[in-house]
Each structure stands twice: as C-alpha cells, then as structure tokens.
Design a protein. Structure first.
Lengths: 436, 254
C-alpha cells in the first residue's frame, strides 16, 4: 500500500468523536490536497535538501487511538521546564490537547478546544484564521495535518490582556509501545494591546520513532506583542515538521527564537506575514547539530504593507555528519514601500564531514526599500583560539568559550531568565560532550 | 630564564627566522628591533606557540624546560605572556569572565586553588588601579569595538593579572599616540622587578624612551645581526635601518 492509500484508508475509517461539522469540509479539502500533492520529494524546490519521504516508510500507530492521556501528571512532573511554577502549562499528548494535564494560572487566558471555539463565540475568528498557513505552504505534509485535524486548541488573549505568566506548551509523544505520528494543531489570537510569551518544547517518551507534524497559526493585532520561543531538544529517534505561521494584522511586535539542539530530522517552517503598516518582527535561531541529525529552517517574511521592519539572524554550530538547511525568503510586495528587512545566516563547522546548504531568497517588488542578506560558513576563529590559549586557557575550554560567545547574540534574545539559563545549561552540556 | 639557540622557523614553507641566538636573564629588559619583514613578530609568535609557524631547527628553553614542546596554554602556565600586536576581538565573550578563566586555569596548572569571586575581585581592583583601567571597559565583550589604545591597555592589564615571568610585547606601540604609549609603558614599568623579564619587540625607538632596555638587538633577515646597549636604539633612530642592511651585506660578501 502506498502512502496515500495508507492515509486514505484511515481518513475514511476515522470519524473523530466529538467532531464539529465546521471542520469536515476543511478536512476533506485538505485530504484531497494531500492526495494530489503526496509527500514532498527532493524534486520539490522547498524540500530539495531535506529527504522526508523515508519518515513515511515507517509503520505508525495513526491516528493515535485514544484521546485519553497515556501520560500521567506524575510523569509530566519530570518533564516540566524551569519556571513552570509561574507558568501556564498547556500539554499535548500524541497531538491531542489534554485539559486534565494542563494548568492555566492566568485568569482571562482563554484556552478552548478548536471544536468548542468554533461553536462558542469564536466561530468568526476560527473561520477567518484557521488554515491561513495553507496559503503559504502547499505541500502534502502540511495538508495531512489539516486533513486529520482534531484535538487542537484555540488560545485567545483578549484585548489589552498582558499575560503575566508565560505560556509553556509541551508536545509530548508517548512512543513507549509503538511508533507515533502526532499532529498537534493550534490557533492563537492575540487581540489589540495584548502581550504574551509562548515557550514550546517537544518530548518523546520511549524508544520508538516519533514524528510530530505540527501546525500553529497565530494572529497578532494592533499594538499587540508576541514572544515565541521554540526549544527542540528531543532524541535522535524523533522527527518533526513544525510550522509556525504568524500574521501581524495591526502595528505589532513579534519576537521569535528557535533553538534546535537535538533530534533526528527537523524541518521548521516559520512564516511572518506583515499585513499592516509599522509591524516589527525579529527572528532568531540557533541550531547545534551532532551525529546524523538534520535541521532545516525555512523562513518567510512577507512584507505586504509599508514601513515594516524585520530582522533575522540564524546561527549554526555543526558537528559530526550532521546537515543543515537554511532558506530565508523575504517578499516585499509592490505596496510595501519603506520596508527594512535584514537577514543573516552564519555557520561554524566543527568537523569536515558536516554540510550546510544556505540560501537567501529575496523577491522585491517595491523600489524604496532597504534589504540586506548574508551568509557565512566557516571554521572556528583560529586567531581567537590562539589568543585564549596564550592566556593559559586549555584548547577545550577555549573552544567552548568561543562557541558560547558565538551563540550569545542569539541567547541574549531569550527574555525569560529561567528559560535562558536552562538553554545555556543545555548548550554547555552539549559543548562538554562534543568538544574534545 | 629564556635561552634560544640557532632557532630556524617559518610559515607555509617560507623561512623567516634563520638562526636566532638570544639569552634573557631575570630582571632584564631586551628590545628586539628591525625593519619590517625582518622576523620580529614571527619570533614573538613562535615563542608563544602559534601553531601556524613551524620550527625547523634549533632550541628554545624557558626556565629549563623545552619551550617548543609545550602547547600555548602550558607556556602561559610556565609564566610566558605575549601582548599581541593585534589583540583579537571576540564578540560575546565578557572580558572579566575571560580573564577570570585565564587566571584560574593558570592557577590550576601551577597546582593552586582557583580564586573565588571575592579574591578575584580584590585582585582585579588592585590591578585596575595600577593600570588605570576602568571597569566599564572590562564589562564589555573582549576587545570588541575597543580603540587601539584600549586594546593595548587591556593587553597590559591582562599581563598584570597573570603576573608572567617573561612578557613579550609585540609592537605594543603600533597605532598608539604618544599619550597612549606613555600610559601603556607606565603599566609595564610598574610590573617590572628582579624576578621577571621583558622582551620588547618594536620597530621604533620611541617606546624605548619609556621602557628602557638593558640590551638592544637588531633583527635582519631572520637573524640578530647586531646587539648593544640602549644607545644602539638611538643610533638606529638617527641613521635608519639602512646602515644595518649595508653592514650586513658587507659582512655577507666577505
């Protein structure tokens, strides 16, 4: 049975309990798209350097058969991120949101199932915003998430609400007894003048393969502010395609930091749609790859309206036989005069067997704009190394200091202190084991 | 303290040092002068252990140990210090953290306990006062955006913190105005004592007005062609390096 037939059989058989009619048409449409597009191969320009087909040769338990949590609160305690005592914690298990495991500490933070949101008062928002990412990502993997949408959530930050506790999102995959394909879905609406910090992480339990195919769609309105931190530090037997699609519909501020430290194959799609004047967006990324791991960051900054500012910096540290892809698109539409868009991708190679494919892609249709881009791939600064050694610092410590210094202009953008300290610790531990 | 015999070295197959002999004893200040391309910086870098340079022949002993066998960090541990001609800028590496790491790695090498935060701060304040350096400079990333003078002062401050037995100053005066030269030289002079020695590598005599050498050596074509007292530096200043080149070529043709 080929991949499409495999999923067709499941699509036909599986009628989610508690389903909402509003999604059946969308699901059917997405499944048709999936059937037509299939799983992307390296002939697809967007997937030229990332071979994802192999992930679909595995047998997965799909859809995961039960909505009831297979993970207990006690097990969750061992997985929580530092600072969780002061955070809202939203927990997905195998792609389905778990209300019992989640903790909402901020009053007025609305978290509903997508189905409930579509029924109860948010139908207009859901209808308008759900599926916005499909306009930008047209491939079978993305369609597959929508085709099986169920158990997702809608988060609403109401007008003027400054959410004082960060929102931690745990994507837990319970692969203790089978390979799992999980497809979390969330829709987030940040209303005017609202502020929120999101911190998202991914954890696989058990030795079996996990594949997380995630889609998050966010709308940020006038004078609202979003900080989004993605921390990917899962095992080598875990893979993910993680799509974060953010539309700024009013003058607003978005700050994202994507930290990828571990995992088998990771593909991140990060889209920033600047659909209002004077939007500001910052995109930072740090990837530190080892073994056979593969990281692919595809970003899109789409300047639709004038006077927007975007600043993008992704840095990589590459070791062993790991591979990385960076593809940074910047669109400047004809109307988007006075756009300022900056992009940079830097890579340090620690071994001779690693490889990086980096590609800036600027499509500019307005004439009064400032856009810069650049990429570098090189070795650790030998002059710096000798300078530190000449001061009595051992070669290993010198390398670690130089790499931490290199990472610091990404790290400093992780604003919640407990998360920054946590990520710094992860990096130091990795350097300890990776640098000889 | 430092004993160099018939040292030959080069880089990427190109020979630069063609048999250097030099003896430095505790308490002495030696100046190495010479025209551009004579091998002055090569000598400084070979002594500090820069890996790009290959030593093809000869020996260098430092306090009875074979210097050429030691890694750069071990040379520093033994008490050798190179003040760089071009101190490296390292964005994201805090200067104080860097110096603290260096001080404690050297202490570890010497079998001493690391300094705790309080002891380190005390030492740092003391040396900051001695070197006339502000904390705001040290709170920044290592050398990043420092002016030429600030970089050189930072080099001498590091020297003060690490208390080397032999300090090699590689063109420390290059790019400095006269006030900056005076400040940097005062710093070096305050650190001089009977136990330690200084090797000043310079193109110009002016630095030697402030750091007065006991011996002056002229390096030309990778060899010390003339040695003398501080008067030799003045003679070079007046007559230029051409007379050395002239004398040398005469010697070679005989």
């Amino acid at each position: 049975m080929n991949t499409i037939e495999y999923f067709k059989e499941r699509f036909d058989q599986w009628q989610p309990a508690n389903g909402h009619n509003g999604f059946s048409a969308i699901r059917q449409e997405a499944f048709n798209a999936f059937s037509k597009l299939g799983i992307p191969t390296t002939k697809n320009e967007e997937w030229k350097y990332t071979r994802v087909a192999g992930l679909f040769n595995q047998e997965y338990q799909f859809p995961p058969d039960s909505l009831t949590a297979s993970v207990t609160a006690i097990e969750l305690d061992g997985l929580r991120l530092p600072g969780h005592e002061q955070a809202n914690e939203l927990v997905f298990v195998n792609g389905f949101f778990s209300f019992p495991l989640s903790v909402i500490r901020s009053a007025d933070l609305t978290v509903l199932s997508l189905e409930d949101a579509a029924k109860n008062g948010f139908s207009e928002l859901v209808e308008k915003q759900f599926g916005d990412s499909s306009k930008y990502i047209k491939d079978g993997i993305h369609a597959l998430n929508t085709a099986f949408v169920h158990g997702g959530i809608f988060i609403h930050i109401k007008k003027g609400l400054v959410v004082e506790h960060p929102v931690y999102i745990y994507n837990i995959t319970d692969a203790r007894s089978a390979n799992i394909l999980a497809q979390p879905r969330s829709l987030i609406h940040i209303n005017e003048h609202a502020h929120v910090q999101l911190v998202e992480t991914y954890i696989t339990l058990g030795p079996n393969q996990s594949f997380t195919n995630q889609v998050m769609e966010v709308t940020v309105e006038q004078d609202a502010r979003l900080e989004y931190y993605k921390i990917q530090n899962d095992g080598a037997h875990t893979n993910q395609v993680s799509t974060t699609h953010i539309r700024q519909t009013g003058k607003s501020y978005v700050h994202t930091v994507t930290i990828s430290l571990n995992g088998g194959l990771i593909r991140n799609n990060l889209n920033l749609v600047l659909d209002a004047k004077y939007c500001e967006s910052h995109l930072y990324g740090l990837y530190f790859q080892t073994g056979q791991s593969h990281i692919d960051n595809h970003t899109v900054v789409d300047n639709i309206k004038p006077n927007c500012l975007s600043n993008e910096l992704y840095k990589g540290i590459m070791n062993d036989q790991s591979t990385a892809v960076f593809n940074g698109k910047i669109f400047v539409r004809p109307q988007a005069q006075k756009t300022n868009a900056y992009q940079s991708n830097k890579n340090v190679l620690l071994s001779d067997t690693t490889s990086v494919n980096t590609k800036p892609q600027l499509e500019i249709f307005a004439d009064d704009v400032k856009c810069t881009h650049g990429c570098t791939v090189g070795k650790l600064n030998e002059d710096g190394l000798f300078y530190l050694q000449s001061r009595g610092i051992s070669e290993k410590t010198a390398r670690m200091l130089l790499l931490r210094a290199y990472a610091s202009d990404i790290m400093e953008h992780i604003k919640p202190a407990s998360i920054r300290t946590y990520v710094e610790r992860l990096i130091v531990d990795r350097l300890e084991s990776d640098i000889s | 303290m430092l004993s160099i015999h018939n040292l030959h070295a080069g880089i990427e197959g190109k020979k630069i040092l063609n048999g250097i002999d030099l003896e430095v004893k505790p308490g002495e200040v030696h100046a190495i002068m010479g025209p551009n391309g004579s091998g002055k910086s090569t000598l400084a870098n070979v002594l500090a252990g820069r890996a790009d340079y290959e030593v093809s022949h000869g020996t260098a002993e430092f306090q009875g140990k074979n210097l050429l066998e030691l890694s750069p960090e071990k040379r520093a541990g033994e008490g050798l210090f190179l003040a760089f001609q071009y101190p490296v800028e390292i964005p994201g590496l805090n200067t104080i953290n860097f110096i603290k790491t260096a001080v404690n790695e050297i202490r570890k090498y010497r079998g001493q306990d690391p300094l705790d935060a309080v002891a380190f701060l005390k030492l740092m304040k003391e040396k900051m006062a001695l070197m006339n350096i502000e904390q705001s400079l040290l709170a920044r990333s290592l050398n990043e955006g420092f002016s030429g003078g600030e970089k050189k002062r930072n080099e001498v401050f590091q020297m003060a913190m690490l208390e080397p037995k032999l300090a090699i100053l590689d063109e420390t005066d290059s790019g400095l105005d006269i006030d900056a030269i005076r400040i940097v030289s005062n710093g070096v002079n305050k650190l001089r004592n009977k136990e330690n020695a200084v090797l000043v590598v310079t193109h110009y005599q002016r630095l030697l007005d402030y750091i007065v050498p006991d011996f002056v050596h002229v390096l030309y074509n990778g060899r010390i062609v003339k040695s003398g007292s501080k008067e030799l530096a003045r003679e070079l200043e007046e007559r230029g390096y051409d007379f050395i080149k002239h004398e040398t070529s005469e010697v070679e043709t005989v």
